[in-house]
Design a protein around this ligand. Structure first.
Ligand code: SAH
Ligand code: DHB
Ligand code: MG
Length: 223
């Protein structure tokens, strides 16, 4: 069997991005600032960012939750999609990442819509449950993969019937099948949880592109 390689996946992303996204100086600057600050190059791609953006627009979502901010790339894409009067709360463990993201969302002109909470997301999510906020319409889970099942459980608790949940990096070049690293184990625990719950329905979609071979889970909270 022949199969396309990384170079092809990257070129295909460039082809579609040129036609469907075009030049986006704000996003270019967000990525440049992250790189300059020495953050790891593990943000969503532009295509993945716009995918989240369009899911939020399509769902007419107003209250967004993110777990794993990094330099704010996905947060900017999502904040730009929010229907007024909306907000995004995003959790980040690393104070440097949070600082870079704060500057990025401010520079992108969406700072007023983004609240960055610094610290371990599991603690932050527990505190958020205690705040008893309005339910969230859309959740993007993209932090330490070992805690995916914990984050999914909070996402359902903080959501409502119809809340859309996206979990990034669930394929890991196929390592999800057998690998024993913490992340792969964490994805399998998440999948076991999803298989055994009847209050949320999910599917996994494999992806290739400039970020390699990976995939995401899309879940919707049921009634
Ligand atoms: N969503 C971002 C990428 C996130 S990368 C984007 O696409 O632009 C994963 C982030 O999760 C990193 O910044 C990392 O510091 C953060 N993280 C790791 N463990 C965490 C934890 N326990 N709580 C909160 N954030 C965590
Ligand atoms: C890693 C994390 C991510 O969220 C991602 O999209 C890619 C890689 C990582 O921790 O290596
Ligand atoms: Mg990710």
């Amino acid at each position: 069997m022949t199969t396309a390689d990384q170079q092809t996946w990257t070129s295909v992303d460039k082809y579609f991005d040129a036609a469907l996204i075009g030049s986006d100086p704000v996003i270019v600057e967000v990525e440049r600032a992250s790189e300059k600050a020495g953050l790891p190059p593990i943000s969503v791609s532009a295509a993945q960012g716009k995918f989240l953006h369009l899911l939020i627009r399509g769902a007419r979502a107003q209250r967004i939750l993110e777990v794993g901010t990094l330099g704010g790339h996905s947060a900017v894409w999502m904040a730009r999609a929010i229907r007024s009067p909306g907000r995004i709360i995003t959790f980040e463990l690393d104070p440097l990442h949070a600082e870079v993201a704060r500057a990025a969302v401010d520079q992108a002109g969406v700072g007023d819509l983004v609240e960055i909470r610094v610290g371990p997301a599991a603690d932050g999510l527990a505190a958020l449950v205690d705040e008893y906020p309005e339910p969230f319409d859309f959740v993007f889970i993209d932090a330490d993969k070992a805690s995916n099942a914990i984050y999914l459980d909070y996402a359902v608790r903080l959501g409502h019937p119809g809340t859309v949940i996206v979990v990034d990096n669930v394929v890991r070049e196929g390592r999800v099948l057998h690998a024993t690293d913490e992340g792969s184990e964490g994805v399998r625990r998440l999948v076991d949880m999803l298989a055994n719950r009847n209050d949320v329905e999910a599917v996994a979609i494999q992806t290739v592109g400039e970020r390699g071979y990976d995939g995401f889970i899309l879940a919707v909270v049921g009634s």
